[in-house]
Design a protein around this ligand. Structure first.
Ligand SMILES: Cc1ncc(COP(=O)(O)O)c(C=O)c1O
Length: 400
């Protein structure tokens, strides 16, 4: 396996000597509200938290726990937790009601129709966020128009259409597609629900990130129910950084300096979070790149400015690696050892495991392993953020 990874150790994360970004938006209460909202859907159930016991034994660590979002609402990815919560918050604000009173009931659907008419929600997406938004729009009887970047897999577009969305193909990458949506939305009256932010568009991306905290709320209960000690390490994928920012915000809010060490993992050609962290001025950077990676969900050139300050101030490590790490992760999940469960994981979902394997099995990164403090007492939490959202690609990789 090629071992070309690049990393940045963020010393700001544990430095308490300067004023840091406030993580009040990611409290336990907020995660309860988000989870309470998700519970209103009949499809809701917590996604599994698996323990890969035999793999942990083989690699010489105490636990490898995997929160498996491939089961989320039958949509095969975590993103719907954020897109649906943001849509729910939008409706609650428009109607002037509490989010706790928003549910996809016939009553509320009629109220929305009579008071707000038929709304059209839109976003630019490589797949999973759009799928979540289309699903939520359908549940609330509304319309979704989804702009997809070039190279989006046919299967992902078909899924959007199945969920009643109108798909508009662009010739741009993810970031330029977002720019296009920003231009088009005011002309059409479409309401943008994007999973990233920009100047003047900051509230909805916070709601999206708050929606994701429902996942960490579930993990908290599952750790207790299953008798696991809290994790010492989290490896979490970074695209624009909303998901990782939400995790870092939640664990910092809950545990302060006692939070696990958190490593944000990106594809090498799309490591905009790592690049931003390397600059002492603390400003997020848009990288120039072809974003050529099979980790479609992580192929982003620019951090979400709403998530960025959280990551900048509290994420411990930024690590980037090549596609081959995701491939190894996918196959390791697909063909488990011993009694470990089989996990279906797409490219963006599996890279954390691929990286962990490399760190624990390959001496080339002994220094990083040491800095991460990975040893026989480590309890590592991973997030399988997607299943086979692109089945053709998934089978191609696991059969290699
Ligand atoms: C499967 C998957 N994992 C991780 C991410 C990364 O999330 P974020 O862009 O919030 O960093 C995405 C984003 O679309 C995704 O689709």
């Amino acid at each position: 396996m090629t071992t070309n990874i690049s990393y940045y150790i963020n010393l700001r994360a544990r430095d308490a000597t300067f004023e840091k970004f406030d993580v009040k938006n990611f409290s336990q209460e907020c995660s309860e509200i988000a989870r309470g909202f998700l519970r209103k859907f009949p499809e809701y159930q917590p996604t599994p938290l698996y323990s890969l016991k035999d793999l942990a034994k083989k690699l010489g660590v105490r636990d490898i726990l995997v929160k498996d979002e491939s089961y989320r609402f039958g949509l095969k990815a975590f993103k719907v937790t954020g897109s649906s919560f943001a849509l729910g918050k939008f409706i609650s604000e428009k109607l002037g009601i509490n989010i706790r009173d928003v549910s996809p009931s016939q009553n509320l659907l009629s109220t929305i129709r009579s008071r707000l008419g038929l709304l059209t929600f839109t976003t630019g997406t490589s797949g999973n966020h759009g799928t979540g938004l289309a699903w939520a729009a359908q549940k609330f009887g509304q319309r979704a128009v989804i702009y997809v970047p070039k190279g989006a897999a046919a299967g992902r577009k078909a899924k959007l259409e199945q969920l009643g969305a109108e798909v508009r193909q662009t010739e741009e990458n993810y970031d330029d597609t977002i720019d296009l949506v920003k231009k088009i939305a005011p002309q059409t009256g479409f309401q943008i629900i994007a999973d990233t932010g920009w100047e003047g568009y900051e509230i909805i991306p916070v709601w999206i990130m708050q929606g994701y905290t429902a996942i960490f709320n579930e993990v908290r209960d599952q750790l207790t129910e299953q008798g696991f000690d809290p994790p010492t390490h989290i490896f979490i994928q970074g695209g624009v950084g909303s998901f990782s920012g939400s995790a870092v915000g939640y664990y910092t809010n809950q545990l302060g300096q006692d939070r696990p060490k958190i490593a944000v993992v990106e594809p090498a050609p799309a490591a905009c979070l790592q690049e931003s962290a390397r600059h002492a001025d603390g400003r997020a950077r848009r990288i120039k790149s072809d974003l050529n990676t099979m980790m479609a969900g992580l192929a982003c050139a620019q951090p979400n400015p709403v998530a960025w300050p959280v990551l900048r101030d509290y994420a411990d490590f930024f690590i980037s690696c090549a596609d081959v790490f995701a491939e190894t992760g996918m196959r390791t999940f697909a063909y488990p050892i011993g009694d470990d469960p089989k996990i279906v994981s797409g490219a963006s979902g599996a890279v954390g495991l691929g990286l962990l394997l490399m760190l624990l099995e390959n001496d080339d990164y002994a220094d990083l392993k040491l800095r991460l403090g990975l040893n026989k007492n480590s309890r590592i939490l991973l997030f399988n953020t997607e299943g086979d959202t692109d089945p053709e690609h998934y089978h191609h990789i696991i059969q290699k």
